[in-house]
Design a binder for this molecule. Structure first.
Ligand SMILES: CC(C)(COP(=O)(O)OP(=O)(O)OC[C@H]1O[C@@H](n2cnc3c(N)ncnc32)[C@H](O)[C@@H]1OP(=O)(O)O)[C@@H](O)C(=O)NCCC(=O)NCCS
Length: 203
């Protein structure tokens, strides 16, 4: 088993890992594998973006993706712009197959947005930080320390780049991930309609 840098040739395996391991709580769950490949491709070979994986017997069993918050947002924006037609197709297909998706989209993105007031627990200055956009470990490999290994590796990247904090956001409904993040040292600092925001001091 080894920690590797994710490259173009791994994208197929990563799209599969994503599809099989993210629950329907995540909006990206509704994307097909082809679009997921395109999504992850946007983050390759970018300055200040780090994409690591754990390889075991020729399989990718875990990934972590993150880096500079603005560049991550730029990559996501580019994905939305470049593939809006394909995205629309996947979304319409999901709404037709899973009417719950349409309800969720309305309730979470429109209804809750207007009626939920943001809560700040800690007014910490997180200017000098890297952000984790995505972390996932294959279901069959969970509970063996791989998630912690990925976070540890990312902390090394932060230290090498003199970043004081590691930040991330997670859906409030994703109780498993929240327990995991707290266990590996993250502290909540903000809550919005959908998400809980956490940080960890690494330097
Ligand atoms: C969250 C996730 C990455 C954790 O990976 P993992 O490899 O199972 O985690 P680890 O084995 O490294 O666990 C590290 C610590 O967290 C604890 N932990 C992990 N999952 C937990 C859970 N669901 N509830 C409570 N504690 C948990 C472990 O017990 C361990 O503690 P220990 O060191 O005292 O034994 C994995 O569950 C996952 O891929 N989930 C689906 C994707 C996801 O939701 N990602 C996050 C949102 S972007």
């Amino acid at each position: 088993m080894e920690v590797i840098k994710i490259e173009k040739q791994h994208l197929e395996l990563i799209a599969k890992l994503h599809k099989e391991n993210f629950s329907d709580e995540h909006t990206t769950f509704y994307l097909g594998e082809d679009l997921l490949k395109k999504y992850y491709k946007q983050f390759l070979n970018r300055q200040d973006i780090f994409f690591l994986g754990i390889e075991k017997n020729g399989r990718i069993v875990g990934i972590i993706l993150g880096g500079d918050k603005d560049i991550l947002a730029f990559c996501r924006k580019q994905f939305l712009e470049n593939y809006k037609n394909l995205l629309m197709k996947d979304i319409i297909r999901s709404v037709l197959i899973t009417p719950y998706f349409a309800y969720k989209l309305f309730y979470e993105r429109i209804f809750l947005k207007f009626f939920y007031k943001e809560k700040i627990f800690d007014k910490i200055n997180l200017e000098n930080s890297y952000n984790i956009l995505s972390i996932v470990v294959d279901k069959k490999e969970r509970g063996k320390g791989l998630g912690k290994l990925l976070v540890d590796e990312f902390e090394k990247v932060c230290k090498e780049n003199n970043k004081e904090y590691l930040t991330l956001s997670v859906r409030k409904s994703n109780k498993n991930a929240i327990s995991f993040y707290k266990k590996v040292g993250f502290i909540p600092y903000k809550e919005t309609n959908l998400g809980l925001y956490l940080y960890k001091k690494v330097i």
